[in-house]
Design a protein around this ligand. Sequence first.
Ligand code: GAL
Length: 344
Amino acid sequence: MRVDIRPFGKDPAGQPADLITLTNARGESVSLTNFGGHIVSLMVLGRAGSLGEVCLGQDSAEDYARRDIGYMGGTIGRYGNRIGGAAFTLNGEEYPLYANDGRNTLHGGKEGFNRKLWAYEVEESGVVMRYTSPHMEEGYPGELAVTVRFTFSEQAELRIDYRATTDRDTQINLTNHAYFNLGNSPDILGHTLWIDADQVIEVDGELIPTGAMLPVEGTPYDLRTPQPLGEVMQREDNAMFAAAKGFDIGYVLNGSGMRQIARLHDPDSGRVMTVSTDQPGVQCYSGQGFNCGGRAGHRYCAYAGIALETQQHPDTVHQPSFGSTLLKAGDVYQTATVYAFSAQ
Ligand code: GAL
C-alpha cells in the first residue's frame, strides 16, 4: 500500500490538517483527513477497468468546516443521530446537550467529532486516528478516548474499526457519514439498494423515534429485494417517507454479529458497494437536503449521494427496548464497518 500525505488547509482554530491517501496495487485509493476524520475520496475500479470516484467530498479542511455539507464523510460522535429533547439522564443525573436540530441534538451537538482535529499515525495499510473528548464536552460525562482505524485492502475494502474507553459512565454512538454515488450521474436515482431489514424505526415529525418498530412490508422502506431508488422515490403511499422526501430512516437490521447488511449497485457503471457491520442499525439518508458546493467546483443537489450510517438505533438513550448505548467506565466500546467495492 502506498501512503501519501499532503497539507489540506486549516481547521477553524488555524491548526494545519493533512490529507492522507492510501493507494493499493490496482491504483484504487482512499483519502482521509485528520480534520474530523473525514473520508474525502474513494477511487475504485468500475466494469470498464477505469478508476472512478464513489463518494462525495470537499477540497480542504476549510470546506469540511462549512455547516452546509450535511456531515459529508465525517466521523460522527460522541453520539450519532438524534437525542430527543437534547438531554438524557444517567445514574440519576440529568445531562443537558446542545440543541442543534430544533429542540433536539443531532450528530454530536454544536462541535461534534467531525469538527475536531484528530491525531493520527500511519500503519501498514491504514491510518489510526485518535481523539480524546474531555469530560462534559458537549454536555457528555466522561473523558472519552476514541480510536478510529481506517484500513484499505488490495480488494478495495475500506474497514473502519471504532474503539473507545471512558473514565466515567457515558453514552456513545459512533458512525461515519460518507455519502456514496457509484456512478457518473449527479444523483443516485439510477442505483438499486438492498438492505437486510424487516423493520424500521418509527419517527415523529421531528425525526425522533416514537419507540415503535414498524414492518417494512408494503412500504417504500422494503428493500429486502434490491429496489431501484428512482422508482421508490416516486412513491406517495407512506406518510413518513413523504414527509422526509425520501429515505431518512433507521433500519432495524436482521441478524447479529459481523454480517453483510446492505448492497448498493449502479447498473450504469457496474459498480457495487456492500456494507458489513456488527451494529444493530443503519440510518439510510438519501441526501434530499443537499444544495452545496463540493470537490473541484461540483454542485451537490438533492439525492447527490446516499449515506448508510451504521449505528445503534437513534435516541437509544430514551428507548431501552432499542438496546443500550451506555459505555461504563473501564469498559471498551468496539465496533466495525466494512464498505467493499467491486464491479460486475
Ligand atoms: C442524517 C440525518 C438527516 C440529516 C442528515 C444531515 O444522518 O438522518 O436527518 O440531518 O444527517 O444533513
